[in-house]
Design a protein around this ligand. Structure first.
Ligand code: TXA
Ligand code: MG
Length: 329
């Protein structure tokens, strides 16, 4: 017996085998899963998310032993990362094995794979006995869900089964690493930091270049609430929230201390000064602020440093994604 109730496990397996979708918790965010060997099922993910078909999805595996079925070659550097960090919040982009469908890879010659550590994901993968293709279980371009209720609110009846594992422990998407001629390149920062990877491999290139596999999740506008969002240094945030509130506009603030303009028009959430906690709460906080019907979300700039990098990255994208086109704030 694992953490999934037997009836829920049976429903999830039945759905996967029938080509339907199952949302499940991972240590990072909730995934929207389909049988990775069933192209029609994988295409259903795209339809439900409203995501362009050219965007590849991550294949979740129960263990690294399944890699040969998905990757035709595993560079030594990738092996070392897998040994060190799997199961865990790390995705490796590898040359795809023959037979991995274009619906999974977006037609690219690479496939993204990850072995999640969450006990619910592990139990589901073990029982299913195959790869589960799963992007984050949100609509295209929106915030990733970190609770089962986020998935239900956003995707509703389109998902046959939602396995509830409570809050995702990390709350931000996995670190993604690709390899070119054996050289590792960080495509998306996450809980596993650039420093940790560099310590293991000796080198790491940062960010996509022209030759990198496409990571559409790294298009600037992504992970966004619907309300326009700005990231500001402390003093600028004080001034901006006061000015907006005085102009009679409702403002939502995510910061370490209440803006001095503690006005009725300002809704405020106290952010954690600890990066693990901040990351764990970030999407839930933004969802909550998004639902307050404010005209703007103001976020206090977070510190520099490796352990804040994934948070900085998601805030940057949220700011771009949430700004209305052509708008001058
Ligand atoms: O933590 C996570 O990674 C979560 C959980 C559910 O595992 N999944 C997730 O999936 O964030 P998604 O689809 O929202 O983001 C995956 C990113 C996308 O930006 C996608 O473009 C990129 O991985 N990706 C997938 N396959 C790729 C490939 N073959 N080459 C380059 N990037 C790839
Ligand atoms: Mg996503």
């Amino acid at each position: 017996m694992g953490p999934i109730a037997p009836a829920d496990l049976a429903a999830a397996l039945g759905a996967l085998r029938a080509g339907a979708l199952v949302a499940f918790p991972t240590e990072t965010v909730y995934g929207l899963g389909a049988d990775a060997r069933n192209p029609a099922a994988v295409r259903r993910i795209f339809a439900v998310k409203g995501r362009p078909a050219s965007h590849p999805v991550i294949v979740h595996l129960q263990s690294a032993r399944e890699l040969p079925a998905w990757a035709r070659r595993v560079p030594r550097e990738a092996e070392r990362l897998a040994e060190q960090f799997w199961p865990g919040p790390l995705t490796l982009v590898l040359p795809r094995a023959p037979g991995v469908d274009d619906s999974v890879t977006g037609g690219q010659d690479t496939v993204a794979v990850r072995v999640p550590a969450h006990p619910v994901a592990q139990q589901l993968l073990a029982a299913f006995g195959g790869g589960i293709a799963a992007p984050s279980a949100n609509r295209y371009g929106r915030l990733s869900p970190t609770r089962a209720e986020h998935v239900r609110e956003e995707l509703g009846a389109a998902v046959s089964v939602v396995l509830d594992g409570g809050d995702c422990p990390i709350g931000l998407e996995s670190t993604i690493v690709a390899f070119q001629e054996g050289r590792a390149r960080l495509l998306r920062p996450g809980r596993i930091t650039a420093g940790e990877i560099r310590a293991l491999l000796g080198t790491l290139q940062i960010g996509a270049d022209a030759a990198s596999p496409r990571v559409p999740g790294s298009t600037a506008a992504h992970y966004a609430p619907a309300t326009p969002l700005e990231v500001l240094p402390t003093e600028a945030l004080e001034a901006r929230s006061a000015a907006l509130a005085q102009a009679g506009r409702r403002v939502a603030v995510l910061a370490w201390r209440a803006p001095q303009a503690a006005l009725a028009a300002v809704t405020w959430i106290d952010a954690s000064a600890q990066p693990e906690r901040y990351g764990h709460d970030l999407y839930a906080h933004l969802r909550e602020l998004d639902q307050r019907g404010c005209e703007r979300i103001l976020v206090q700039e977070v510190p520099q440093g490796d352990e804040w990098e994934a948070i900085r990255d998601r805030l940057r994208r949220a700011a771009v994604g949430a700004a209305a086109p052509g708008e001058t704030p």
